[in-house]
Design a protein around this ligand. Sequence first.
Ligand code: ADP
Ligand code: MG
Length: 727
Amino acid sequence: MPLSDRRVASTDPLTVEESDAPRAAAPARKKAKADEKPKPVVKTADKLAKLGLKSDIDLALHLPMRYEDETSLTPVGELIPGDIAQTEGVVFDNEIAYRPRRQLLVKIHDAAGDELTLRFLNFYGSQVKQMAIGVRLRVRGDVRGGFFGLEMVHPAVRPVDDDTPLPQALTPVYPSTAGISQAYLRKAIDSALARVSLPELLPEPIARAHLAPLNVPGLLDAVKTLHHPRADSDETALIDGTHPAWTRIKFEELLAQQLSLKRAHEERRRRAAPAMPRRSPNDDQSLVARLLKALPFALTGAQQRVGAEIAAELTLAHPMQRLLQGDVGSGKTIVAALAAAQAIDAGYQAALMAPTEILAEQHARKLRGWLEPLGVTVAWLAGSIKAKEKRAALEAAALGTAQLVIGTHAIIQDAVEFARLGLVIVDEQHRFGVAQRLALRAKALNAADGAHDFQPHQLMMSATPIPRTLAMTYYADLDVSTIDELPPGRTPILTKIVSDGRRDEIIGRVREAALTGRQVYWVCPLIEESETLQLQTAVETYETLVGALPELRVGLVHGRLAPAEKAAVMDAFARNEVQLLVATTVIEVGVDVPNASLMVIEHAERFGLAQLHQLRGRVGRGSTASVCVLMYANPLSQTARARLQTMRETTDGFEIARRDLEIRGPGEFLGARQSGEAMLRFASLENDGWLIEPARAAADAMLSSFPDAVTRHLARWLGAREHYLKA
Ligand code: ADP
Ligand code: MG
């Protein structure tokens, strides 16, 4: 690459903007001094490499994140404070002031005689010289109304002649990193563009069927347009990313993402996993059959359907990678238990991992209740258990005497070894990010080393239903089963929005409900900034309620309780020995006490929609009509109001997820980063969701007919990013 360090060193500091503009006072002064000494050699090629820019193609595909409009000049007299503008004038004053702090003040005036001050709080010695009196400057920056008239602080500055032409096109601004100037990047990219040929990689039939309908330019044409928009291009469309040239690039990228997810999926499918044949429902020895017979309820149609999908896939000798989605309370646990039973029937071990200890404990209690009477050995593994118990659990897992191991992510962290791990179940999988999925797979591979070379089936469960386009991009590497029906006999939850001015009235309702045999959750305010404060609030709330409701047995559960205490409180609540449970969000996931039918959420305006939905899902699980009171404090922001209204209007998790996505956008919506997202640089799910379907169709066609083109396309667009998929 003909990019020498010398060229960086000689980069004119006057043309710098973005990453290399000296901003902070102290380092800049140091820099100004360093200026007089010989410059340190900057390893720019290394920095480029850090940006992932190693080849000409990388550089050509390093597209602008935005543009600056330098195509016109605004006369100084027409500058408006608050705008970003470009203007030109001749320096008539240049001084370094020391009060109130050291700064360079340069004043220019234009032909009309209007004056503008340029203020530099940090500056190089050379800048002072280059903005000498009499020099004509073209400046661009934020216009401010200063004390002494109009000014720009740290504008981009360029000395010009009075006939220096204006650029005919928008100026690209590239994503960069400290130490690489825009000027340098532009030069590097332009010279790469001059060399690169960037051949089309899409096979002709694919392009004809999937690209042509989009009406977009050829790849090289699109890339060139984006780096150097022609003067006549639609600037708005370039800036907001809807220009056909952008569409072309986003399509390529989404295609790469879909190809990559699907190929990762296929590769995993080709690995070996234990086949777990289904026993006949009449087989007396079948654990699955005995479990079904022992259940106090009949499965819903939806549970039967997803159960059959999972059961069928477990019979195959390739690892299942399945996401089981189902709204809060839809009954995912029994589906997981049946899958575990099938694994155990086939002579393998199953592991169930949950994100919190409360939830894991509850699963342990529930699954023990179902499976131990049928002779299954269940082990419990969490970070907090005593060393002796832990040793026993580890041994039982390693020897294979534990047929089912339930726990928190202690299951993946500890030196847990399984004798014959055949199925891994992850509950509330969206709480785990890509990193944990990686760890889980590593665990799975550990389990596979030595005696058997298979990897376990994986069943991920989530109560955060995600809209279809999101599922396609974030989980294109998973198969999805959805429970779309709640067990019968549930009475709908009535949601009320009440100002906290009516607290006493609410406490009265709690008393009434508890005295008629119902159980109540009181959820304490979320205090995101401080866990300590949150804890304190929970304790205070508890004390207030104990004082106000002396006739009730009140319990308190929060994240800082020792696990044994936590379990004791939850047990007491489950056995109806505690009537009012004051809780922090530790009860958010999975807690299941059907007799609880009233929930009060304090400061509901502080919670997110998904969280409110999860919390509310703790009631409405039994046959009594349930009520959820969302108590709020004023002032209520627009979005908080929108969230509360959504909660009042619907209990449908899919609808809530859809609105949540609308309010927040996909990045925040999903929380922990998922594999699909990390790959996207240009396309965004908010704006480009419509392109996913065409990209997916093209990916399918390409995978089945043009495997070589797939490999080339992935190398070009993803490079190193693909490792996110190994989860
Ligand atoms: P989630 O999908 O939120 O994990 P759970 O598995 O905890 O839901 O189930 C919620 C409640 O519904 C539990 O008490 C469970 O025993 C009960 N349940 C599950 N399936 C059925 C069914 N088919 N009929 C009646 N109750 C059911
Ligand atoms: Mg659950």
